[in-house]
Design a protein around this ligand. Structure first.
Ligand SMILES: Nc1ncnc2c1ncn2[C@@H]1O[C@H](COP(=O)(O)OP(=O)(O)O)[C@@H](O)[C@H]1O
Ligand SMILES: [Mg+2]
Length: 369
């Protein structure tokens, strides 16, 4: 094996062995699958949903079940949704029989290199599907896992960034629900990064998926195990343990930020001359890397949101009289800003009654401004 940097912070983990902790979550997913209970997994971006889904599906496959991973990340149209379903369902072990192709050809649809197409005239190039045709394909494909269930083997289907369906078509969840609701021997996991849209899909009475899936959350990573995991993968160096402890503490259990800092620390510790400043230098390098994205995040924020995140970075309550006064903002506008930030679910989370910034590096960036 090449001795490259072992800390990959840009892609979901595909080897379950690389996962820190998440045993309770994997257990919960596996129990729900055995009971054919659907699960909805919600957390902010970069908290490890996709990595967890892969680990879950790996375990299920190893136990002899069929699995499929469907990625709806940033789908824009109903035709995109159909394409993604094809990509996901083709992973089922029935695909070598070309069952999916045969089903689609009944609908006049074929799988091209750029996605699904319909044949309008013989020997003419196909055109891409319109929304109604795509909905027809979606209905047909969604039925497949249920039909496979006839042989009694469990099929586990993970649908990632499920809320993005709503971008393609606000009513698509109804189509999904109507097809999959009576299926046997199929277990679904719906994962999503947008807290507000996931709530909209699963917690609003008028939505088809209301109350239809067991909620599962992803907490921050546990400090002790994270420390051991990181330390054991760093180069041998006199500064290793102290520096690992520093960055793990700093990242406060944020999975992707932990890996990002560990990656930069690894690079520093490869130099035998690295000193006590190694952890600090890794932090600086990570912040340099993120600077552009934080600038655009900051630029996109309103006045009250900026005041709120600055207060949170300093450990203050954004809705306190003092903070509102310092920023020349009414407490009611601060309150509304906090509500918007919370609904979005990407920047802040509630820890008991206290609000905190999710991203410790963004907090540090704000403090250094
Ligand atoms: N349990 C974990 N152990 C170690 N690293 C993790 C874990 N979960 C996530 N990560 C890190 O976080 C990054 C983002 O994970 P990912 O699964 O893509 O999150 P999400 O799907 O929630 O956006 C990965 O590249 C990986 O570095
Ligand atoms: Mg993901």
């Amino acid at each position: 094996m090449a001795a490259g940097n072992p800390f990959d912070y840009q892609r979901p983990l595909t080897r379950p062995a690389g996962l820190i902790d998440r045993r309770d979550e994997l257990d919960a997913l596996q129990r729900a699958a055995a009971d054919e209970v659907a699960v909805r997994l919600a957390s902010p971006r970069r908290f490890g949903k996709t990595s967890l889904l892969h680990a879950h599906l790996d375990a299920m496959r190893e136990a002899g079940h069929r699995t499929s991973y469907v990625d709806f990340d940033r789908v824009g149209t109903v035709a995109d949704v159909a394409d993604r379903l094809v990509d996901g369902l083709r992973q089922l072990p029935v695909d070598p029989e070309r069952r999916i192709e045969r089903r689609l050809s009944r609908l006049g649809v074929s799988i091209g290199t750029t996605g699904l197409t319909v044949q309008v005239a013989p020997r003419r190039p196909g055109r891409s599907l319109d929304a109604d045709e795509a909905r027809g394909v979606i209905r047909d494909l969604l039925a497949l896992p249920g039909e496979l269930g006839a042989d009694g083997t469990l099929t586990v289907v993970a649908m990632d960034e499920f809320q993005d369906l709503l971008t393609a078509d606000d009513r698509l969840d109804g189509v999904f629900r109507s097809v999959i609701q009576h299926q046997r021997s199929v277990a679904y996991v719906f994962a999503g990064s947008s807290a507000s849209l996931m709530r909209e899909l699963f917690s609003h009475r008028e939505r088809p998926f209301y109350g239809q899936a067991r909620p599962l959350e992803l907490p921050p990573l546990p400090e002790d195990e994270t420390f051991l995991h990181v330390r054991d993968r760093l180069p041998a160096h006199p500064q290793r343990d102290a520096a690992a402890a520093q960055i793990v503490q700093f990242a406060a259990g944020h999975p992707q930020r932990t890996m990002l800092l560990a990656h930069h620390l690894f690079d520093r510790l490869e130099a035998p001359a690295a000193g006590e400043e190694a952890a600090r230098e890794a932090l600086d390098a990570a912040l340099r890397e993120l600077d552009d994205s934080y600038i655009s995040l900051w630029t996109g924020m309103g006045r009250a949101e900026r005041a709120a995140v600055v207060a949170l970075a300093d450990g203050l309550s954004p809705t306190s009289r003092g903070v509102a006064q310092d920023h020349g903002t009414a407490r009611s506008s601060m309150q509304r800003a906090v509500e918007r930030l919370e609904a979005d679910g990407q920047l802040v989370f509630r820890h008991g009654t206290r609000l905190e910034l999710l991203d410790p590096l963004f907090a540090e960036w704000l403090r250094r401004r």
